[in-house]
Design a binder for this molecule. Structure first.
Ligand code: HEC
Length: 132
């Protein structure tokens, strides 16, 4: 078969075999679901939430939890309020205070309700191993 663009992939190229395999497996569009999901990090995912929702009452360690503005201090305080034992992430004080879950009282009320996007982001960050 002729192709105006010429020969782009040779039969001996590894890319050719990748295409053959893809066609053989049904030429599926999998939306990149084979790729590992991105890991949550404190700086990108969690610190912005803490700044927006917690800093007002927890600036510079006020009320025992340090929300910032120093990011390293905020990270250390957040990590010290996590439970990283597999299956125990929801018992993290960071989540229990913010969600008032498991009958936890919190002077700041409910900010990240259980099941909310924010709760999920912070929970994923803990599950991922509290990346900085
Ligand atoms: C309106 C003020 C207010 C806001 C906003 C607030 N908090 Fe609090 N928080 C408090 C007060 C007051 C305490 C201390 C009394 C208590 O434990 O409920 C506290 C305590 C805590 C503690 C316990 C610290 C310790 O070691 O005893 C954690 C953890 C915490 N908050 C996390 C958060 C997080 C996370 C957010 C943001 C999602 C947040 N708080 C937002 C007022 C607030």
């Amino acid at each position: 078969m002729t192709h105006i663009g010429g020969e782009v992939i040779k039969k001996t190229d590894p890319e050719f075999q990748i295409l053959v395999d893809w066609v053989t497996q049904g030429a599926k569009f999998d939306n990149n679901t084979n790729l590992p999901p991105a890991q949550k990090t404190f700086g990108t995912d969690v610190f912005p939430l803490i700044q927006a929702d917690c800093m007002g009452c927890h600036g510079n360690g006020n009320n025992t939890f340090n929300g910032g503005p120093n990011q390293a201090a905020s990270y250390a305080s957040a990590v010290s309020n996590t439970n990283q034992t597999a299956g125990m992430e929801d018992m993290s004080q960071l989540l229990q205070k913010a969600a008032r879950s498991n009958n936890t009282t919190h002077g700041g009320g409910t900010l990240w309700a259980v099941g909310s996007v924010k709760y999920g982001v912070v929970r994923d960050w803990i599950t991922d191993g509290v990346n900085q």
